[in-house]
Design a protein around this ligand. Structure first.
Ligand code: SAH
Ligand code: SF4
Length: 340
């Protein structure tokens, strides 16, 4: 078992059961989350016998870095090997004063969105809490001053909610990584009832809904999840929680000749208004992959779409494509490794 799969409370029980004083829990947490080290042996203020005992009973790192790719635009992609010899990816994206880390929550994904290479690859398994945390802790140990975290890598976080929640609790806990809620964005297709629990449990976390279509009929054509968790119900839940929150984000992947016309933009405006959802909109130009059934719209079309939304008083951003020379988009590297 990996020691970071235990919650902070569970770790404390473990230490107490050994008849050790509470400050030993704090020392252990310091080495796990504040100043991560490579081995139990590096936890120098713990008694040698305790370090050896931990080393016998637990693993400290659940993933191992095998490669870092650095793109021309300074985006870095970390490739990690899991204990079962699969690979997961996280991406570090520098942008002005920010250094954003994008992390994965599953190997593959079972949501099957038609435009997504991770979805196309199918589902293998959930990541454990320690595998989720280790992507962050590895960057921390290597000295990257991460300012923001986006849960937007491989997988649907709310489809692995039990483990994601456990990891988030440690991420935010003052004795854990102590990261600010407001600097974490979770991107989801919207799964009920998990989305409500998330909004209740972490009122300050930034939530991004992957809408990707102006209406339910079109969404169902590219996102099978629409038939099980229709975005209308998801938005109704979100609206209940919007009073004391930062604005929600709506993500909209732009697919050529599918959802990129001005009529689509008008419909999208109507949809968001009819749900009284206060949100900003991120337009994501489609990132093509070999064999993908869609293309990226021309720049001009994307700008026209954006302008119409702006005229209607929405804040709209076009997400830059980062690190395309190192296949930084979601799932591309794992695909390449499995299909050389
Ligand atoms: N499963 C979650 C988070 C991971 S996907 C979700 O779907 O929200 C993160 C974002 O990448 C989603 O908004 C998704 O719509 C988008 N995306 C997936 N494949 C893409 C592609 N090929 N080009 C552009 N955006 C893509
Ligand atoms: Fe899964 Fe998100 Fe890709 Fe859809 S877009 S298949 S939910 S990772």
């Amino acid at each position: 078992m990996n020691i970071k799969d235990l919650s902070i409370e569970e770790l404390d029980v473990l230490i107490r059961e050994k008849g050790l004083p509470k400050y030993r829990t704090d020392q252990l947490l310091y080495w796990l989350y504040k100043k991560p080290v490579e081995s139990f042996d590096d936890m120098t203020n713990l008694p040698k016998s305790l370090r050896e005992e931990f080393d016998k009973n637990f693993t400290l790192w659940s993933i191992k870095e095998i490669e870092t790719l650095i793109s021309q635009d300074k985006t870095e992609k970390k490739i990690f090997l899991t204990k079962d010899n699969d690979v997961i990816e996280s991406v570090i994206i520098p942008d002005k004063e920010r250094l954003t880390l994008c992390i994965s929550t599953q190997i593959g994904c079972r949501m099957g969105c038609k435009f997504c290479l991770t979805g196309y690859q199918g589902f293998k398994r959930n990541l454990s809490p320690s595998e989720i945390l280790d992507q962050i802790l590895w960057a921390k140990m290597q000295g990257y001053p991460i300012t923001n975290i986006v849960i937007m890598g491989m997988g649907e976080p709310l489809d692995n909610y039990h483990n994601v929640k456990k990891a988030l609790k440690i991420l935010f806990h003052e004795k854990g990584i102590s990261f600010s809620h407001r600097r974490v964005t979770l991107s989801t297709v919207g799964i009920i009832p998990e989305i409500e629990d998330l909004l209740k449990s972490f009122p300050q976390i930034v939530l991004s809904l992957s809408l990707n279509a102006p209406d339910s009929v079109k969404r169902a054509k590219i996102m099978p999840v629409e038939k099980i968790h229709p975005f209308k119900s998801v938005m109704n839940i979100m609206r209940k929680y919007q009073k004391r929150r930062k604005l929600f984000t709506v993500e909209y992947v732009m697919l050529k000749d599918f959802n990129d016309s001005l009529e689509d933009a008008v419909k999208l405006i109507e949809t968001i208004r009819s749900h009284k959802l206060r949100c900003k909109i991120n337009l994501i130009p489609f990132n093509p992959w070999p064999g993908s059934p869609f293309e990226r719209p021309e720049e001009k079309k994307i700008l026209e779409f954006q302008n119409l939304l702006i005229k209607n008083n929405f804040s709209v951003f076009i997400r830059k494509s980062r690190g395309s020379d190192i296949l930084a988009a979601c799932g591309q590297l794992r695909w390449k490794r499995l299909n050389p």
